[in-house]
Ligand binder design. Structure first.
Ligand code: PRP
Ligand code: ADE
Length: 176
């Protein structure tokens, strides 16, 4: 059975601040068929890219990245929000569609030079989160082999921002 994933996205106007249309994937995660379909579609993309690791930014990137890594039988690298990691880490800061400036960090031994990494997240908005994750991976000597999302918010031009940092294979399961 194949479902229309759009039916599992809840849109909330003016959240968390006026002018933002929040695209909530909670219904998709809460449905076993839709969640598996989304993860499997990203897994098909990942299989073409010969990746050694999946990386995902805190926190919704973990919801996509962990089952994906498990499905593929490879490791998952969390990019955590600033100040959470206990060991030496590399960081990058970025600006959000809402909520100001943030910082992400990855443990410095999480990625070995030359390893191919797929970055995943639930949603691409301005691209700040993904470009910060990418910056850290590249600082560690990793190769960003691709980027994948459940949702892309086209009006915010995140895809262009990613490609400005260097062309990479791109997948978005839904566009809004
Ligand atoms: C959301 C979303 C993406 C990011 C996209 O996360 O899950 O990670 O924003 O925005 P961008 O493309 O403009 O950077 P958020 O920072 O709200 O954190 P959360 O996952 O903890 O809710
Ligand atoms: N993260 C950044 N912008 C978002 C939006 N409009 N909906 C859900 N998550 C987001």
């Amino acid at each position: 059975m194949t479902v229309d994933l759009h039916d599992y996205v809840a849109t909330v106007e003016n959240f968390p601040e006026p002018g933002v249309n929040f695209r909530d994937i909670s219904p998709l995660m809460g449905d076993g068929v839709a969640y598996k379909q989304a993860v499997d579609a990203i897994a098909d993309f990942a299989k073409q890219l010969n990746v050694a690791l999946i990386a995902g930014p805190e926190s919704r990137g973990f919801i996509v990245g962990s089952p994906l890594a498990y499905t593929l039988g490879i490791g998952f690298v969390p990019a955590r929000k600033g100040g959470k990691l206990p060991r030496k880490a590399v960081s990058a800061s970025y600006t959000l569609e809402y909520g100001g400036v943030n910082e992400l960090e990855i443990h410095e031994d999480a990625i070995k030079p030359g390893q191919r990494v797929l970055i995943v997240d639930d949603l691409l908005a301005t691209g700040g989160t993904i470009n910060a994750t990418r910056e850290i991976i590249e600082k560690l000597g990793g190769i960003v082999a691709g980027v994948a999302f459940i949702i892309e918010l086209e009006d915010l031009h995140g895809r262009e921002k990613i490609m400005e940092a260097g062309e990479v294979p791109f997948l978005a399961l839904m566009e809004y």
